[in-house]
Design a protein around this ligand. Sequence first.
Ligand code: IPD
Ligand code: CA
Ligand code: CA
Ligand code: CA
Length: 262
Amino acid sequence: MDWTAIKDRAISFISEAAHRLYDPAIRKLDIETKEDADDLVTENDFAVQRFLTKKIKEAFPGHFVVGEEGEHEERIPEHTVTWFIDPIDGTTNYVHQYMNFAISIGIYFEGEGKVGVIYDVIADEMFTAVKGEGAYLNGKKLLPRRKVNFSQAIIGFNARWLVGRARPGTKEVFAGIVRDVRATRSYGSASLELAYIAAGRLDAYVNMRLSPWDYAGAAVLIAETGAECTPLFRGDQLFMESCTVLAGEKHVHEEILNRCNE
Ligand code: IPD
Ligand code: CA
Ligand code: CA
Ligand code: CA
């Protein structure tokens, strides 16, 4: 399989899809809610999902598509190239701030991440990776991640998880982590925050509940820069319907993993 050629097609599909999202004047804000009043989805989430699915199916009829706003069977067929797509990652940002949202694609085959493409539409930053070929930002190769001291780490962490999604007994552990690192940041788009680890802008990122389309693309970028992307709790598995995710530069990742699993 020519993964570089497939990556180039993914870039062109995303670039075309992004045109729908560029212009605030044509921003469709027919906002609906999903699981709760703060879980937003817009007409453009569905439109980009439909557009990408159509393009993928036309170009690669045998490939399987799993997307946040699409309908798909629960089981991914074996021996089938699978595209995980998030048509807008950071819908709340898209609606309220019109920045820090991305289109994300991760392409997997037999359980391995092969291609990752994440596009920050407003910043015009295209993060790309093919397994074994390195990770790139707007065509420039990203450097391998070097050791970061925990006390100097900048971690992506959303304060709201302490209220809602943290497992019992972990709040004190997170309070300690937040206290001991240099600073925390929260941008509101998991795929971008994970891509920032590959780009050296964040040293770790924690999320209490992500779906495959949130991290599939970024996990390929992260691996290509020698960083780690795993569940936060040992014994959990990635690629379940939803799971905890801890990504980071190796040493920072290990420190957080150890603290959370003591
Ligand atoms: C969400 C964003 C958010 C993260 C959530 C995701 P969506 O994705 O990535 O930053 O905290 O867990 O569900 O719904 O905007 O595609
Ligand atoms: Ca969503
Ligand atoms: Ca998402
Ligand atoms: Ca989404």
